[in-house]
Write a protein that binds this ligand. Structure first.
Ligand SMILES: Nc1nc2c(ncn2[C@@H]2O[C@H](COP(=O)(O)OP(=O)(O)O)[C@@H](O)[C@H]2O)c(=O)[nH]1
Ligand SMILES: [Mg+2]
Length: 349
């Protein structure tokens, strides 16, 4: 059942070559800078893109660094070059299926004399990756429903609760009234962790005692969301049960309860995946997509891994939009996924 797992052969190498740039702290005010035009407008921090680049540094070094070593200065491109490129892509977790497709497209372009040198090949690869990421790109629009229900699923430890905490804080800052549901009832600490995040942004959390039925929490949370005129209800779930079948049955039951209380909901079933787990994340995407009706993905912990190619694999092989990426622990490190910005950050030197 499980696909053959490719281990990261170059992992050690990646780790060795990846240094650590200081994360983009905003420059200090000099007193000479003009005040922002309007406090209503989001202020794009100067270090925002740099911070993304630094969060993706390991993937950049591993993937693009190796591509550059292969193509830079090459005056001609031949089948051997593409074969070497294929190996780099596969060992960078871009996925076998996507890699084969990318190489086939590049072979066609080579046949049409479009890839004159290394520079052209590098540009063509970036374009092809960008077009695949863009094909499924669809940012999450929580304003599409008066009460938007966001169900967050994924295995234990991938970053569900942290992602929910960051989203709650962002949505609140954008003026939405948020309610959180602690449907991970396995450990009291899980509800506690969510409550800490809730308190930070002044958001209420619906929780029951440890060991309670998650569907009962969800039922109460839906009732409360309607009664309190909430804009966004975010539901945290547990990622572990004795078997995968149990876990999927639990998810289905939760969905049924939500849909009965709020017809048409959940409006988004967001699967959280830990990028650092590479091919395991791919297996999880397959399992949850088949059984739990995933509609979007958040990929966390890209900052700690060279396996960032997985963004391409997950989106392309499962036709799923990547809604968010996590490139660090801070609230601003949970980013809206933007294919152009992402490929620029990877390929820009
Ligand atoms: N470096 C890094 N750590 C993250 C990111 N997202 C989550 N984490 C960490 O991953 C760990 C597990 O997160 P948690 O939200 O408890 O996972 P859950 O079991 O799925 O709810 C925590 O220590 C988080 O701080 C990220 O984007 N980057
Ligand atoms: Mg959790």
């Amino acid at each position: 059942m499980e696909p053959q797992e490719k281990k990261g052969f170059f992992r050690g190498l990646f780790d060795k070559i990846s240094g650590s740039e200081p994360v983009g702290t905003p420059p200090e005010k000099t007193g000479q800078e003009p005040a922002p035009a309007s406090s209503q407008e989001p202020i794009e921090k100067p270090g925002f893109f740099e911070r993304l680049k630094s969060g993706l540094k390991k993937t950049k070094d591993g993937l693009v660094g190796r591509i550059d070593a292969l193509v830079l200065g090459k005056k001609t491109i031949d089948a051997d070059t593409l074969e070497e490129l294929e190996e780099i892509l596969i060992t960078s977790d871009i996925g076998v299926k996507t890699t084969v497709e990318l190489i086939r497209t590049l072979e066609q372009r080579l046949g049409r004399n479009e890839l004159k040198d290394g520079e052209a090949l590098r540009g063509a690869l970036k374009d092809e990756i960008l077009s695949r990421l863009s094909a499924h790109h669809q940012p999450l629009d929580i304003r599409s429903h008066a009460l938007f229900v966001l169900l967050v699923i994924g295995v234990n430890g991938v970053g569900k609760t942290t992602t929910i905490g960051k989203l709650a804080s962002r949505f609140t800052a954008d003026g939405s009234k948020v309610l959180l549901a602690a449907a991970d009832t396995f450990r009291a600490a899980a509800a506690e962790q969510l409550t800490v995040w809730g308190n930070r942004s002044g958001v209420d959390v619906i929780r029951h005692k440890e060991g309670a039925d998650p569907s009962a929490v969800v039922f109460d949370a839906c009732k409360a969301a309607v009664a309190r005129n909430v804009d966004v209800l975010i539901i945290d779930t547990a990622g572990r049960l004795h078997t995968k079948v149990n876990l999927m049955e639990e998810m289905k039951k939760i969905c049924r309860v939500i849909n009965r209380e709020i017809p048409g909901a959940p409006h988004e079933t967001l699967l959280v995946l830990d990028a650092a787990t590479g091919q395991n994340a791919i297996s999880q995407a397959r399992l949850f997509k088949e059984s739990a009706g995933v509609t979007g993905v958040a990929l966390t912990k890209l900052d700690g891994t060279a396996k960032g190619g997985i963004v391409v694999a997950v989106s392309h092989e499962f036709s799923l939009p990547i809604r968010y990426i996590g490139v660090g622990e801070a609230i601003e490190d949970l980013r809206d996924f933007d294919p152009q910005e992402f490929t620029d950050a990877l390929f820009q030197s």
